[in-house]
Design a protein around this ligand. Structure first.
Ligand SMILES: Cc1cc2nc3c(=O)[nH]c(=O)nc-3n(C[C@H](O)[C@H](O)[C@H](O)COP(=O)(O)OP(=O)(O)OC[C@H]3O[C@@H](n4cnc5c(N)ncnc54)[C@H](O)[C@@H]3O)c2cc1C
Length: 395
């Protein structure tokens, strides 16, 4: 079987590549699952946060690889993406875009409608690509686009083995957008959300909500922080022994400086001496978190403000500004993306073609590209996917 273009992987990147291919070309899309877009269906909690609507320049600034992504983002814009669908999109906070039905299945079906120019082979796992672009000893293609995704969330079809399908240099493969497992048992306070706090790792500070889970910490603030932790640490998913322990902190009151808190406490503790600390803290902390917080700093919940000495007051301020957590690991099963991948130094950002192997293209998460939560990762998949398909068709 001979094809002009073979696209490997039917996720958002592979689908976008296929959509970009003109009808007069003989294109095949090879997907190992029995359906396309298994991961896409899970996105945004089933609602699909399809992209982020920040102005293009600002949007690009949200990525480490902004220079690499620039051409693909200008080639396939959000407007180009929306125009593929016959329904509208809604915008939520932080410029996050969802389909108006809030159903990722509508996005997937809308994309599939554009694939009538392409032959799709389901349940087709590519296990080898030989010289001359012979796939699994039976398919020959003039050009190949690899869009096999990352290594995390293997239940959706991704696999660490995909990185060895081809011989291109790659950077270290790491967990991204992952909840964090704490050494401390937080199960008693699981379910509590700390709103608008600041998550701190070394010098990195990221604002966002934190959700306490049975095994640790999650929510947008933590998930985004996990990317910074992962990038800072020297490890590789392939090495199962890697030590991912670290310390993070949460600033529970980012809108107050230590100095402001000190002045406020000095005034309030004098004025409201009879108030119990557990009640006083309600202005800063959610109700059911106060007991845990006070236990951490060894102050009884029923202590009156007038009875809190200077040392305890300082401890209160310090812990409000820096509640420390020892991290045991990423929650590896729930890492939403893979950090690292095919080395961008060897990919032409204007075409997505390998600089090492002519006629071999890459798109989506298999590349060393990542973004924060908020539609940034699907944006990578769609834009690099479309550019790869367009360039493979033209060149
Ligand atoms: C739970 C969850 C929620 C998410 N929510 C969001 C969100 O709301 N917004 C956002 O921007 N991002 C979100 N992401 C990230 C986003 O889903 C990914 O970045 C995106 O799917 C990557 O697209 P891709 O096409 O590169 O890879 P994938 O979506 O992983 O697709 C790769 C495809 O290739 C196929 N494949 C793999 N190997 C082979 C092979 N050897 N042969 C044939 N086929 C193969 C796989 O089966 C799969 O279908 C979320 C991720 C998860 C896990």
């Amino acid at each position: 079987m001979d094809y002009d273009i073979a696209i490997i992987g039917g996720g958002p990147a592979g689908i976008a590549s296929a959509i970009a291919c003109p009808r007069d070309l003989n294109v095949v899309l090879l997907e190992k699952n029995s359906s396309l877009g298994k991961k896409l269906l899970l996105t945004g909690g089933g609602r699909c946060n399809i992209t982020n609507n920040k102005p293009l320049k600002k949007l690009l600034n949200s990525y480490d690889a902004k220079n690499f992504l620039k051409h693909s983002f200008y080639t396939f814009t959000n407007e180009d993406l929306y125009s593929l669908f016959d329904f509208d999109f809604i915008q939520e906070d932080d410029n996050r875009i969802f389909p108006e039905s809030e159903r990722s299945v509508d996005v997937l079906n809308g994309l599939i409608e554009h694939l009538d120019n392409v032959e799709i082979k389901y349940n087709y796992e590519v296990t080898k690509i030989d010289a001359g672009f012979i796939i699994n000893d039976e398919i020959k293609a003039q050009k190949i686009i690899i869009a096999t995704g990352g290594a995390t969330y293997p239940q959706t079809g991704c696999s660490i083995e995909n990185y060895s399908l081809i011989n291109e240099p790659k950077t270290k493969i790491k967990y991204g957008l992952a909840p964090l497992i704490t050494k401390e048992d937080l199960s008693k306070i699981a379910g509590i959300t700390l709103k608008n706090v600041e998550c701190i790792y070394k010098k990195t500070k990221i604002k966002g909500d934190v959700l306490i889970s049975h095994v640790g910490l999650t929510g947008p603030g933590i998930i985004n922080l996990s990317n910074e932790i992962s990038k800072d640490m020297d490890y590789d998913i392939l090495d199962s022994e890697s030590d991912i322990t670290c310390e993070i902190a949460i600033d529970l009151v980012p809108n107050f400086s230590r100095e402001e808190l000190k002045n406020k406490f000095n005034k309030d503790f004098q004025k409201k001496g009879k108030t119990f600390i557990k009640n006083y803290l309600k202005q800063f902390l959610t109700n059911n978190f106060i007991e845990f917080f006070l236990k951490r700093i060894d102050i009884s919940a029923d202590t009156q403000l007038s009875r809190i000495d200077k040392k305890s007051k300082n401890r209160l301020i310090e812990t409000l500004k820096r509640l420390n957590f020892d991290i045991a690991d990423f929650n590896r099963q729930l890492a939403k993306i893979t950090i690292g991948g095919v080395d961008l130094n060897n990919i032409n950002p204007k075409t997505m073609e390998s600089k090492i192997t002519p006629n071999l293209y890459f798109a989506g998460e298999i590349l060393d590209l990542d973004g924060p939560t908020g539609g940034y990762n699907l944006k990578i998949a769609f834009s690099t996917g479309f550019l790869a398909g367009k360039s493979a068709s033209e060149h």
